[in-house]
Write a protein that binds this ligand. Sequence first.
Ligand code: NAD
Length: 440
Amino acid sequence: MRSKGPLTAIIVGAGHRALTYASYARKHPDELSIVSVADPRPLRRTHAAELFGLRPEQCFESAEEVASRPQFADVVINGTMDHQHVPTSLPLLAAGYDMLLEKPFATSVDEMWQLACAARRHERRVVICHVLRFTPFYAAIRQQVADGVIGDILNVQTVEHVSYHHMAVGFVRGKWSKKSTCHSSMLMSKCCHDLDLISWVKSGIAPRSVVSFGSNLQFRPENAPEGAGTRCLVDCPIEADCLYSARKHYLDHPDRWRFYVWESLEHSDHPTIEQKARSLETDNPYGRCVWKCDIEVVDHQSVLIQFEDGSTATHNMVGGAARPSRSIHLIGTRGEIQGVFEDQRFVVRHIDPRPGREYSEQAIDLTAGGDMHGAFGGHGGGDMRLVADFVRVIRGEPVSISTTGLEDSITGHLIGFCADQAMEEHRIVEVAPQEFIPCP
Ligand SMILES: NC(=O)c1ccc[n+]([C@@H]2O[C@H](COP(=O)([O-])OP(=O)(O)OC[C@H]3O[C@@H](n4cnc5c(N)ncnc54)[C@H](O)[C@@H]3O)[C@@H](O)[C@H]2O)c1
């Protein structure tokens, strides 16, 4: 089915991410209309219903409940957590919905193929939220590569420095700190974007082998400063000197990461600083000592990939950096591209063998016309551009260079799963051929 007028969408998992994408409907009601919400948490259902003017009969308790009804919308925006992506998507694909689905879209190779097979069997389109592809910065770099500006790519180097406060909130105190409950590694939950970017610039050339090393070096009980307590605001005599003090991270910066840290206070529209302090003192997981959280993920990991044309790529993920940053350096047969995402600027260099010269350099500055957090919006402009592109994909209209089908997203995810296996088993892992999708 495909309704006339704006694309009609159901929010499945009314958390921070799905509501961010759904907000596109408020800005572009002629393109997208939110007609329903499904979430087991009454507070989140009510919140989404208020935002989008939904009646009680348009609100459901789960993806499964939506899927059990005859199809009543064009698409689903699936913003459930990592391990819920495949179980919630399978019945919705069978019910006829195309889907915008958060990353990582699966938590294992088997799950990944399960979803890919279901999409193929039901002839559904699934677009994965690889938001970085849609940022002006990475789209411009990809365009340069597509135009042959640097020739064939010999080597790709990507780096993500995850800031100390992002590391603590996401992977130490937060939802992605224990693989046994969230089912994703840090590499997959944080850097499947970078692995997707590597696959994207190497489009059409399959990865062949992967090796990887990593560990949790910092956030271990034996590294806790002498005398450290278990809860920063309760029993820690060294809190005032600690770089990871919950007071400094979450009370002195009350809006930073608020959708994670103050989740337990969601019932209150504007929690007071006293309520927040009380929460950190009692049951809030973000009030815990970072060295005593028993994390099950790494805090740094390096990945080395060899492609079938002999070219190579590396990705370095390091948690705990002072400044958050993502960088990329592509070296081709004719030139190179180097840039830092947070600077919104990259340079294109070309070999210049003339006397007195070495290379030429052209700077491309994407800040001209607006700063990345203001004018561009979330994820350097990627979030809203992704939704705009998704609408065009479903309407069958011309799409952007950043468009990603499920088959494209498989390559980057496959590299990530192989890298984690390589790290855990201390060996080189051969990547199964991309075209091999073992559908029953
Ligand atoms: N693209 C990006 O750059 C980016 C950035 C951050 C997070 N993410 C990903 O976005 C996803 C969502 O993250 P979040 O922080 O918004 O999560 P969240 O926990 O805030 O929201 C998930 C919601 O899903 C609901 N839910 C659980 N089971 C359900 C079911 N069966 N049917 C319907 N709803 C169900 C939960 O009640 C919850 O409200 C994660 O996979 C995360 O890794 C992506």
